[in-house]
Design a protein. Structure first.
Length: 283
């Protein structure tokens, strides 16, 4: 686990200029350092939660106010959904490195509230796709904090990742989201079993060791170049239904591999692809 902190520009409302207080600049610098440290720890706990797929307690970082408690409840429920989804699809982090770029830190004149604009990025290794590194960049957060008895606490963190967009657009509860995850996984398993039965009935069984399967790599690359920016209309486009990447890769396999060992239709989910390929030693 690694973390990197960047400070591109910091804007602080300097009450010392208006009040004439000599000690205020030192206090502002202390506040700034405390705010950065708190936010860094907050992100560390969030990433460790997905690494262990176990909810970590970060309540000590949250303001015990109406706004703070509302944020904590909503964020905890979102993390619980991510944990449940991660356990089913093997999406825990085997390793991670996150980056925080602090663009702006604004501290009020009285030193009691702060608003922080920070950009999050990460490189992570998922359990299901190790050792491949998956990268994310430029997720904007607007974090508000409150100074309570000399300690900074988070009252809200507003950001717009995929799950938050889905939760806001569908207005589904946590229970409804978890149910839809179960239904999606069951449908995927059913589809995988149906495809597996098709393979079993239509091709000769393959040994799971010492397999030497004909596969023309150069033709697969040529197919990828041809259709990366020019969609092959022979197949359905899943771009607006979770992404077309697995479907595209399976098209390349179908194009250049010997028909006897590949699935007779393109696939959509990487989990389904794995479930189909694994029994034949193709993973």
């Amino acid at each position: 686990m690694k973390k990197r902190i960047f400070i591109t520009s910091i804007t602080i409302i300097l009450s010392v200029i208006l009040s004439g207080s000599i000690g205020r600049p030192i206090r502002l610098e202390t506040d700034q350092n405390q705010v950065i440290s708190l936010i860094e720890n907050y992100f560390t706990v969030r990433y460790k939660t997905i690494q262990d797929l176990e909810l970590k307690d970060f309540s000590s970082m949250i303001a015990d106010t109406t706004k703070g408690n509302s944020f904590f409840k909503a964020e905890n429920e979102k993390l619980e959904i991510e944990i449940y989804h991660g356990k089913i699809y093997q999406l825990g982090y085997l390793d991670f490195e996150f980056f925080l770029d602090f663009e702006k830190i604004s501290i009020s004149r009285d030193g009691m509230t702060a608003i922080v604009d920070v950009i999050e990025g990460h490189d992570v290794v998922f359990e299901i796709s190790a050792p491949q590194i998956s990268s994310m960049r430029n997720l904007n957060h607007k974090i508000t904090l409150q100074n309570i008895n000399g300690d900074w606490k988070i009252t809200s963190d507003i950001y717009d990742d995929y799950l938050w967009r889905m939760l806001r657009s569908t207005e589904k509860s946590k229970a409804e989201i978890l149910l839809s995850i179960d239904e999606s996984m069951q449908m995927m398993l059913d589809n995988a079993n149906n495809l597996q039965n098709t393979i079993t009935n239509s091709i000769q069984p393959l040994q799971t060791s010492s397999i030497n399967l004909p596969y023309n790599r150069s033709e697969a690359v040529a197919y990828a170049h041809e259709h990366a920016l020019s969609f092959n209309t022979k197949y359905y486009d899943f771009t607006n239904h979770g992404g077309d990447c697995t479907n595209f890769v399976s098209q390349a396999f179908m194009k250049v591999a010997e028909p006897r060992w590949w699935v007779p239709a393109p696939m959509v989910g990487i989990t389904m692809m794995f479930l189909i390929m694994q029994p034949h030693g193709l993973t």
